[in-house]
Design a binder for this molecule. Structure first.
Ligand SMILES: NC(=O)c1ccc[n+]([C@@H]2O[C@H](COP(=O)([O-])OP(=O)(O)OC[C@H]3O[C@@H](n4cnc5c(N)ncnc54)[C@H](OP(=O)(O)O)[C@@H]3O)[C@@H](O)[C@H]2O)c1
Length: 342
């Protein structure tokens, strides 16, 4: 058994080292999985750069999702079998040939399901599903703004909002990604490098014209987006990609800029406009409401089987090329999901 350990913050070229591991026996609620493919998530880039508070002390094994086969079962785990093929949301530890994880984040998949596609269903689709269905309770005809709509969670949100009959405004940072958004059915794709999303929507529809906002960028993006929020509107905040920037160097300036960029809010302004900002953090849901994580994971796998959602895989790397895969994600080259196979 071996795993890529995050040994150092900074450049992906020096951050990871392949080491032997001695995985313990799964605890009572865990299963052990032999990993076929592990996924990359933007939070992994944040962890590598040293911005991710929940990341365990280094050296550690990061990574949130895998597809593989169950090799061992904890003594309280029912409804799973050794040998079963599964997709799983792991709480770190995924950049590994084997991982132990709580059965609440594990769902069986068919033998012929594409491994990379099924990896997207774990963290990115379950997060999007929780945000869209539990936090935002999307309704038909609602106008929805999705930031970084071409990314992993972004693509999932677009598909889930389309399924609900929403009208979608989606932002992305290149013409190539805009074409991708059009193909995905985004009604108003916005290249935020050419058009300020706030000015664009304000000109088209005016302030207070958007019912639901999904934000993963943070800082002044949230402040500006709130001006577009209609009475009765909701904003889901689930990331702060702005902090990462384009360099490997940790920047206190960018952290403070993002923090102060959010602006100041009074509870009465939300009460007065019947609005809400709701944070989404799937690690906390997994820790405190694991049965909800289970529901989200099970539901997205069902929707995938019914053909109602279709994850898009940007690229499949070999695990030995993990540094390159990280660079690809950090430099915003990917659409949809990135994975590494052993
Ligand atoms: N809270 C949770 O439980 C949870 C769970 C999963 C993911 N997330 C968050 O959701 C977001 C999306 O995650 P993902 O894994 O699906 O990643 P992703 O969207 O595939 O990749 C991140 C995208 O963010 C955009 N971006 C905007 N500003 C950026 C900046 N300053 N630096 C880098 N990228 C920037 C880029 O798209 P453009 O090229 O279009 O700018 C980039 O492709 C991340 O913020 C992540 O932390 C949160």
């Amino acid at each position: 058994m071996e795993a890529y350990h995050l040994i150092k913050n900074g450049s992906s070229k020096t951050a990871f080292e392949l080491r032997e591991i001695n995985l313990e026996e799964p605890t009572k609620n865990q299963v052990q999985i032999e990993v076929e493919v592990f996924g990359l998530n933007f939070a992994d880039v944040m962890a590598r750069l040293g911005y991710y508070k929940a990341c365990p002390p280094l050296p550690t094994v990061i990574g949130y999702d895998v597809v593989g086969r169950i090799t061992k079962l904890g003594n309280q785990v029912k409804d799973f079998k050794v040998g079963q093929r599964v997709t799983a949301l792991t709480r770190f530890g995924a950049y590994s040939t084997h991982v132990n994880t709580s059965y609440y984040g594990v769902v069986p998949i068919e033998e012929d399901t594409d491994a990379a596609t099924a990896t997207a269903l774990a963290t990115q689709y379950s997060t999007a599903y929780y945000a869209a269905e539990y936090s935002m309770n999307l309704r038909k005809g609602e106008k929805v703004l999705i930031q970084a709509a071409a990314g992993g969670v972004g693509t999932a949100l677009v598909q889930l909002a389309k399924r609900k009959g929403c009208i979608i405004y989606g932002t992305a940072g290149s013409e190539e990604k805009l074409k991708y958004l059009q193909k995905q059915g985004v009604d108003f794709p916005i290249n935020y490098k050419e058009n300020d999303f706030y000015e664009y929507i304000k000109q088209q529809k005016g302030d207070k014209s958007i019912d639901v906002i999904f934000d993963s960028i943070g800082g002044n993006y949230v402040k500006k987006a709130l001006k577009l929020l209609a009475p009765g509107g909701r904003l889901a905040m689930y990331g702060a990609a702005q902090i990462a920037g384009d360099t490997d160097k940790k920047s206190l300036y960018r952290q403070l800029k993002t923090l102060f960029g959010f602006g100041k809010y009074r509870p009465t302004q939300f009460f007065g406009n019947s609005q809400a900002i709701i944070g989404v953090n799937m690690l906390q849901i997994g820790d405190y409401k694991p049965y909800i994580l289970k529901e989200c994971m099970t539901e997205v796998v069902e929707l995938y089987k019914k053909g109602e959602i279709k994850p898009v895989v940007s690229k499949v790397f070999y695990a030995k090329d993990l540094a390159e895969a990280h660079e690809y994600l950090q430099k915003r080259k990917s659409v949809g999901k990135l994975v590494c196979k052993w």
